[in-house]
Write a protein that binds this ligand. Sequence first.
Ligand SMILES: Nc1ncnc2c1ncn2[C@@H]1O[C@H](COP(=O)(O)OP(=O)(O)O)[C@@H](O)[C@H]1O
Ligand SMILES: [Mg+2]
Length: 259
Amino acid sequence: MSKRIEAKNLDIYYGKFKAVEDVSMVIEPRAVTAFIGPSGCGKSTFLRSLNRMHEVINGAYVEGELLLDGHDLYGPGVDPVNVRRQIGMVFQRPNPFPTMSIKENVLAGLRLNNKRMPGREQDEVCEKALRGANLWEEVKNRLDLPGSGLSGGQQQRLCIARAIAMAPDVLLMDEPCSALDPISTLAIEDLIQELKANYTIVIVTHNMQQAARVSDSTAFFNIAGTGAPGKLIEMGPTEQIFSTPEKQETENYITGRFG
Ligand SMILES: Nc1ncnc2c1ncn2[C@@H]1O[C@H](COP(=O)(O)OP(=O)(O)O)[C@@H](O)[C@H]1O
Ligand SMILES: [Mg+2]
């Protein structure tokens, strides 16, 4: 568990539109890396390219190299389904399957991957994932009730449990708290801190306080203007990015001055 990601000169396209240009970065294991930057600068696009979710969009593709512990994720013969099993994703809005119970939701990814698992083992995986997502105590007596009956914050932790159940190496989270109240947000932030002991974690956030609170490294993306591709402006230890960034552009953004 927990692997290093290295992107080398990654360009990301939607058909003819180049949405992200020439991003090179290293994402360290057992750490939280935050992506910040204005809306439309390609944070979600870059995040989705990290587990080959980007290419499910018609006409979307990537150029450049992306390595997971040295293995090229876009190499010939690499199965994108396998990549997505190793690199899990949690979305902006909690999206439990509404007709499934809590337990079925946790195991949903495993089922999709066609793993036949005896009932006792299913119970164990379910409990471990829910404990890992800090949700077990709250739901252990209602595992067979619908996941949609949980609060927003619980649903997001359920989605994290679903991702964890796959035993991934990396967890990608795209603004996982943007639909949550402050208390649930803190619960997710605490959880992220715990999870980083075992996973490589990447979080997109529009909330700079959140980036400062939860991340070890911060990457700042920006765009020159409408239609221009998003670019990585600078990346470094979070403390340094928020106190003494190297680029004026970063400084302007983190102090709330644009342009
Ligand atoms: N499915 C898509 N098809 C075409 N263009 C897209 C799609 N998703 C995002 N884009 C475009 O890619 C650029 C980057 O978007 P996005 O990655 O969502 O930025 P961010 O997450 O930083 O707000 C934007 O110009 C956006 O309009
Ligand atoms: Mg986004």
